[in-house]
Design a protein around this ligand. Structure first.
Ligand SMILES: [Zn+2]
Length: 389
């Protein structure tokens, strides 16, 4: 791969013919049409998010004469370049010069580029950028793109995969799942954490459809001219969740829905009963982990570990431990009743308090109370083995 360092290209030249696409949230072209700022494999523009702090910082650096870091171009042909790294910074500059956002001046007043004093304007426009022009095969460039460190905001793994497996499949996938204008995003956001811009929905769709093997899946579908299978699977999962759990709860967001779909979607449920069960558990003060409610119900309300049911308090545990241990010592047996009836070395072992956990004698799921009378201390191993109660 060949690289040339250019130090004489100015902001003014880069911004000549700058086009920003509001709908797609992308800076498109610059350098009098010779530069493609956001090639297909690049991520969307994200410096305007979080209140635009990052794009403002880029402009403030230029005004102070600070460098904004190395920028990498891929030389596609004699008069054609693509931005490999730096498209967020270039888009920030292009947007600013085109009055898409303002910065604050010394007096805290909003200032757009067109309203700035000439000397300040010149400071921005005449700033030189440090640009590496790279020339190489597609695979060389991609391999290298995978390893360069991107200043500011690191690529999320899915952005990296999109770059590595760029092609018609990724393009169509991003059109569907990474497009913040897609009307379905609100619905998806109830179950999936993250933003379209940062590929959260595309990643989840791929993760679900590939059962966790996103890399392989993207590689084998790379040249597909459609994403029908991906869409179909993704929508099946979403439809399954939304028809089963009719009340949307905040805790549903970000759960492992793909895995749960695989595990439970062939079972029949009565949505009215499910809804009543959800309400009941939301009203139960002993349930510590509401995120576990949904899988608890899917699994026929058996695995109370999922709910992290509120445990016995320390005072109760300590007094139960003390009386249990005293009794056990007088008999020369283990203070864990399960160990005591075993046949290994632990049958006379006295566990320390911090080696034991409290257990409901009468299972909580069958109405057992979280009170001293219903508390027994068991060694960690036996408490875990009791599980599912
Ligand atoms: Zn034990």
């Amino acid at each position: 791969m060949k690289t040339i360092l250019k130090t004489n290209i100015t902001v003014k030249e880069i911004c000549d013919g700058f086009v920003y696409n509001e709908l797609e949230g992308k800076g498109l072209f610059g350098l009098s049409g010779k530069l493609t700022i956001q090639p297909e494999y690049q991520r969307n523009y994200i410096y305007a998010s979080d209140g635009g702090k990052r794009e403002v910082a880029v402009i403030e650096s230029l005004l102070k004469g600070y460098p904004i870091g190395l920028i990498y171009f891929n030389k596609v042909s004699e008069n054609n370049f693509e931005v490999l790294d730096g498209q967020q910074r270039i888009t920030s500059v292009g947007r600013f010069v085109n009055d898409k956002f303002a910065i604050k001046d010394e007096n805290g007043m909003e200032q757009y580029f067109s309203g700035m004093a000439k000397d300040k304007k010149d400071k921005v426009l005449e700033a030189n950028l440090l640009i590496y022009e790279c020339e190489g095969t597609e695979s060389q460039i991609k391999e290298w793109f995978k390893t360069i460190n991107i200043a500011g905001v690191p690529l999320v793994p899915q952005e990296l995969l999109n770059a590595i497996y760029s092609g018609p499949f990724v393009t169509l996938g991003k059109e569907e799942f990474s497009n913040s204008q897609n009307a379905n995003i609100q619905k998806w956001s109830a179950y999936i954490k993250g933003s379209a811009n940062r590929q959260a929905f595309f990643e989840r769709a791929l993760d679900w459809a590939s059962k966790g093997n996103i890399d392989d899946y993207m590689s084998s579908h790379r040249n597909d001219k459609n994403i029908n299978e991906l869409k179909k699977y993704f929508n099946s999962v979403i439809d399954w969740i939304s028809s089963l759990f009719t009340d949307v709860k905040g805790e549903m967001c970000g759960l492992e829905w793909g895995r749960m779909y695989e595990q439970y979607h062939k079972k029949a449920y009565n949505p009215a009963k499910v809804s009543a069960e959800v309400q009941k558990l939301y009203g139960n003060p002993y349930v510590e982990n509401r995120k576990g409610i949904f899988e608890f119900i899917l699994g026929d309300s058996v695995d109370t570990k999922l709910l992290e049911v509120r445990v016995f308090d320390e005072v109760v545990k300590k007094s139960v431990y003390a009386s249990q241990t005293k009794k056990a010592e007088s008999k020369g047996k283990s203070n864990c009743s399960h160990c005591a009836i075993g046949h290994d070395a632990n049958k006379s072992k006295i566990w320390r308090f911090d080696e034991m956990d409290a257990d409901h004698v009468a299972a909580w799921s069958r109405g057992g109370k979280t009170a001293a009378k219903n508390c027994e201390m068991l060694c960690r191993t036996h408490n875990r083995a009791k599980g599912n109660r």
